[in-house]
Ligand binder design. Sequence first.
Ligand SMILES: [Zn+2]
Length: 161
Amino acid sequence: MAERFLLFLLFLWDLKQVTNKTMRIITLIIIHCSAVYPWQVSGVREIDRWHRERGWKKGCGYHYVVRRDGTVETGRPLEKIGAHCLNHNRHSIGICYEGGLDSKGKPADTRTEAQKQVMRELLEHLHLQFPKAIITGHNTFNPMKACPCFDASSEYSDLQP
Ligand SMILES: [Zn+2]
């Protein structure tokens, strides 16, 4: 009887372990730009407001936003599903850099050296954590979009699975 009770306790413990595994399976890391003019500010705070205005109650749909000065801001926690790429949110991480439009409003790779460096460091870190995840740009899934205005798949070819 006592043995049964112990088994039952172990069963509960296992159940707890299983439900504690909150991290999602990540197969994709999708790169975005915030599609703003060079003088526009778009950190997590602003993006959070824009996404709420779109009716997304959970706010900022990206997991990371990389500011022009290279500051990394965290949006949604990694274990939470983002809102950044139609049909590909469940198993992905969304990273957005601040920029993506030139002064005329045309899509352009406006990444600063600081952004390039920090994004690479962030991706190196994520690649260690999720070595099977493919790194690619938003435009891979939506060719109508210029986002992120550079060829992410080839730029990070050394960090692909
Ligand atoms: Zn995008």
